[in-house]
Design a protein around this ligand. Structure first.
Ligand SMILES: *Cc1c(COP(=O)(O)O)cnc(C)c1O
Length: 233
């Protein structure tokens, strides 16, 4: 086993605790989602053996291949842009889809979830910074999409997700996180579902400390856990 994985996990957990403390929050409220894209199954197993159960993947094909050989109690999160024709492959088991960015995609998820007689928890991906290079609906369109999703019996809207721009100083992303949090308040997501806390999936290796201070309860960490990704292979 690669020793650095253990060390990385320890450091990430420490930082989560540190930033929770800074903002008077309970670290138990923050889900650590290990983003395993491009990483081998043995690395996933290593973290699994250290107790991690939530893993995030970006590509359906890669997820499908990995899942075959990995334990059944892993909770798989789809965090990457999802094509409508790929939903059918993951609808039977995916734990949460973070990247719902259109009504058409939500409708396909509804249809495929119904076939499996299950309800799929989803987040609406919001392009807070309105960057051309990013997927996600605008802040303005999010409430409309939410209203449509709430009518769907096999799709459960659990919250919002965003990816902040990559910046040198993560402080610069604070306004992005603050806006997403405010949007969830404006959308009344918390009141609607008394028993459930709204999910705010925000914060990556570069900026999760700031995201936690601004209310994130799901940080998606790849690089800081697994090391840098190599896309050349
Ligand atoms: C790759 C990815 C992450 C993880 O990014 P790191 O910077 O490696 O922590 C998080 N969220 C999404 C949507 C991603 O595509």
């Amino acid at each position: 086993m690669k020793d650095y994985l253990k060390e990385n996990l320890r450091e990430v957990k420490e930082r989560i605790e540190e930033h929770c403390k800074l903002s008077g929050r309970n670290p138990d409220e923050v889900l650590l989602l290990a983003v395993s894209k491009t990483k081998p199954e043995e690395d996933i197993m290593a973290l699994y053996e250290m107790g991690v159960r939530d893993f995030g993947e970006n590509y359906v094909q890669e997820l499908e291949k990995k899942r075959e050989h990995l334990p059944d109690d892993i909770r798989w999160h789809m965090i990457g842009h999802l094509q409508k024709n790929k939903v059918k492959y993951i609808a039977g088991y995916v734990s949460m889809i973070h990247s719902v960015d259109s009504l058409l995609l939500a409708q396909v998820i509804e249809k495929e979830a119904a076939k499996h007689d299950r309800v799929i928890p989803v987040l609406i991906e919001v392009n807070v910074g309105e960057e051309d290079t990013k997927f996600g609906v605008s802040m303005e369109d999010a409430p409309k999409l939410a209203a449509e999703i709430k009518k769907m019996p096999h799709v459960e809207l659990r919250g919002l997700m965003t990816s902040a721009p990559y910046v040198k100083d993560p402080e610069e992303d604070r306004p992005v996180f603050r806006k997403l949090r405010q949007l969830s308040v404006d959308m009344n997501l918390e009141n609607d579902n008394n028993e459930k806390v709204v999910v705010l999936s925000m914060g990556m290796s570069n900026d999760y400390g700031i995201a936690i201070e601004e209310g994130s309860n799901c940080v998606r960490i790849g690089t800081d856990l697994f090391g840098a990704r190599d896309y050349t292979k």
